[in-house]
Design a protein around this ligand. Structure first.
Ligand SMILES: Cc1cc2nc3c(=O)[nH]c(=O)nc-3n(C[C@H](O)[C@H](O)[C@H](O)COP(=O)(O)OP(=O)(O)OC[C@H]3O[C@@H](n4cnc5c(N)ncnc54)[C@H](O)[C@@H]3O)c2cc1C
Length: 579
């Protein structure tokens, strides 16, 4: 239902933001700094959404931090790269807007807020070999942040995803995690430092089990929240927005439920929808994503139920990229509420991904989004690859973490919790017996492992080229020669896991123009309504350009939307309505 005007509003601000992710907070801060009053509404009891659960990286091409570090980049290179990786499916003007504004947004936030980012100099673009691709520097990650600076407000921030924590508690940056995984010189002392920092913080431990030294998504959101608090920008928790208020064809507010009461809230200058995707809405998944699909396969926020897409759609908004997501192969761990994306594990030496016939079908070490796109593309009745099956041997198990399992050297099989040992992790003395447990074709798997091993010993993968790309090797084991992504699967016992076609969240939603205004099916603007983040159709179209490719755009288009809405109003109020 679309509410229409009539009765008065219960509360009024200039710039009304639905959602509390990274893009939402950026927009609220920018609107405030440009003279508007702003308010963020959050339907759950915790702010931060998927953004707080995330890895906290943002992909900003041609940014000042990479320049300072001596990594060259340019507008032209960035645009060339994006055009290639989006296959011409995203309008040039949108890509150009992103490339031009993302570095500006970053500069603004670094100068005006507590946000501090660090350049990931060796974290390469996911398709770095493509024209304009870079071997590092465009992905930035949030610097550590002391949770105490937020005071009591810290407890109201959504916790990091389990897959981002060690022992479900201790947090570290992606750069630190890579250092430990690769066992770079100094990794033992770094481990000791991180663990003692957590366990010896006795006073903080008495308060909460959460790590005081924030990293990743929590470290991105905490400084934004602190910057909001210092500006006095309110954030209302447990305020569930259900409808948009329209007066004379213009969106002027929302209807929300707060403390059991229905409220009409006025967004005098604009309403910004930043309420996330639809990954946790089973009906929308069935309708829009490739099938089979299940809400249990997402690692994204439980609150991403597509509310904003529904509300905008009811006003005649066009939708785009609804069949796409920020894909990643996942393991669904019993007892955990979110799936874990297998970012690192799938490309380490000594494992393969196979279909129901026991056959490989993809370069396992390629970017995670790519792996799921291939899972679906090759999923047939004769050779199902959704789900797929991950197979590894005792050498792999001893050395590497996998899903919820620490390396066997630190967590022998007997120390694996019973609920994981029984049913979740399959284990057998022969490849054939493992195949039986996984209920896949035993002869097919035996034949596949034999062929894979012959090539892996020589460091080659003629069929899928695993380990040849730069991204493949980033998550490989550099101590394994000649190919850091390949080793034979030969040492019993053998292990297996079921792998699903999951994601970090969806990326299809309300179609928007270059200023984030929501568009109708005829291309006209819905006056007063803006959308960013995963409730809007992503500027990245079908691709994932590099780490941070989802929140970089959310923050950038939040910055754009706020400035546009406020300046439109200042320049005569209704300029934002024209086509
Ligand atoms: C484990 C993990 C790691 C990731 N790592 C990265 C990374 O490093 N870099 C990256 O770019 N991306 C990463 N992602 C993806 C990224 O987190 C999301 O794509 C991004 O945060 C989405 O931002 P958003 O603002 O659209 O939504 P969110 O951050 O989810 O914010 C939406 C908010 O709106 C609220 N909301 C929903 N409906 C309503 C309603 N009706 N009324 C009021 N409020 C509502 C939600 O509760 C939520 O708080 C990761 C995701 C996961 C799960």
């Amino acid at each position: 239902m679309i509410a229409n005007a009539g009765s008065a509003f219960d509360h009024e601000v200039d710039f009304l933001v639905v959602g509390t992710g990274a893009g939402a907070m950026t927009a609220a801060i920018v609107a405030h700094d440009h003279g508007a009053t702003a308010l963020c509404l959050e339907k759950t009891a915790l702010y931060g959404g998927n953004s707080a659960m995330s890895g906290g990286s943002i992909w900003i091409p041609n940014n000042s931090l990479m320049k300072k570090a001596g990594v060259p980049d340019s507008r032209e290179e960035a645009l060339t790269y994006l055009k290639h990786v989006t296959f011409g499916m995203v309008p040039d003007e949108k890509l150009a807007t992103y490339v031009d504004t993302a570095p500006e947004m970053l500069e603004y936030m670094l100068a005006k807020t507590h946000l501090r980012m660090e350049c990931m100099l060796t974290y390469m673009d996911y398709y770095a070999e493509m024209p304009g691709g870079k071997p590092g520097g465009r992905s930035l990650e949030a610097a550590h942040f002391d949770a105490a600076r937020l005071g009591d407000e810290f407890e109201k921030m959504r916790e990091p995803a389990l897959q981002e924590l060690v022992f479900g508690r201790v947090s570290m940056t992606a750069t630190e995690a890579h250092h430990l995984l690769a066992r770079h010189p100094g990794w033992v002392s770094l481990t000791a430092k991180i663990m003692s920092r957590y366990w010896l913080d006795v006073a903080w431990r008495a308060k909460t089990k959460r790590d005081r030294t924030l990293s990743l998504g929590n470290a991105l959101m905490a400084p934004l929240r602190l910057s909001m608090m210092e500006r006095g920008i309110p954030l209302w928790l447990e305020t569930d927005v259900q409808d948009l208020v329209v007066v004379n064809g213009r969106v002027v507010g929302v209807i929300a439920t707060r403390n059991g009461k229905k409220l009409r809230i006025h967004g005098r200058k604009a309403v910004l929808l930043a309420a996330g995707g639809f990954e946790s809405n089973p009906e929308m998944r069935q309708k829009y994503l490739p099938n089979p699909t299940r809400a249990e396969w997402t690692s994204g926020s439980p609150a991403s139920t597509g509310d904003a897409i529904r509300m905008g759609g009811a006003l005649g908004a066009d939708l785009d990229w609804m069949h796409e997501a920020w894909w990643g192969p996942v393991t669904v761990v019993p007892g955990e509420s979110r799936a874990r994306v297998l970012v690192v594990e799938k490309g380490l030496p000594g494992c393969i991904l196979v279909n129901k016939l026991g056959q490989r079908f993809v370069n396992e070490a390629s970017p995670y989004a790519n792996v799921v796109q291939v899972m679906y593309a090759k999923n047939t009745a004769q050779a199902p690859s959704v789900p797929a099956y991950m197979v590894f041997d005792a050498s792999y198990r001893a050395k590497y973490p996998c899903g919820p399992l620490l390396p066997g050297a630190q967590q022998p099989d007997w120390a694996i919790p019973k609920h994981l040992r029984e049913g979740y992790l399959k284990k057998a003395d022969t490849i054939g017996a493992l195949a039986m447990q996984l209920q896949i074709n035993a002869e097919g798997l035996e034949d596949q492992v034999r062929r894979f091993n012959d090539n892996a010993r020589a460091g080659s993968d003629p069929e899928f080229k695993r380990g040849e790309g730069g991204f493949d090797r980033y998550y490989g084991d550099e101590k394994v020669k000649p190919n850091p992504c390949l080793a034979p699967i030969e040492k019993p016992p053998f292990y297996g896991l079921v792998v699903y076609a999951g994601e970090f969240g969806t990326k299809g939603g309300l179609k928007v123009d270059t200023t984030a205004r929501v568009l109708r099916r005829d291309g006209s603007v819905i006056p007063g309504l803006y959308a960013i983040g995963n409730c809007s159709a992503s500027v990245m179209g079908p691709t994932y350009p590099g780490a941070g490719g989802t929140m970089g755009p959310a923050m950038t288009f939040g910055y754009i939307a706020a400035r546009h809405a406020i300046s439109s109003w200042a320049n005569g109020g209704r300029r934002g309505e024209s086509r």
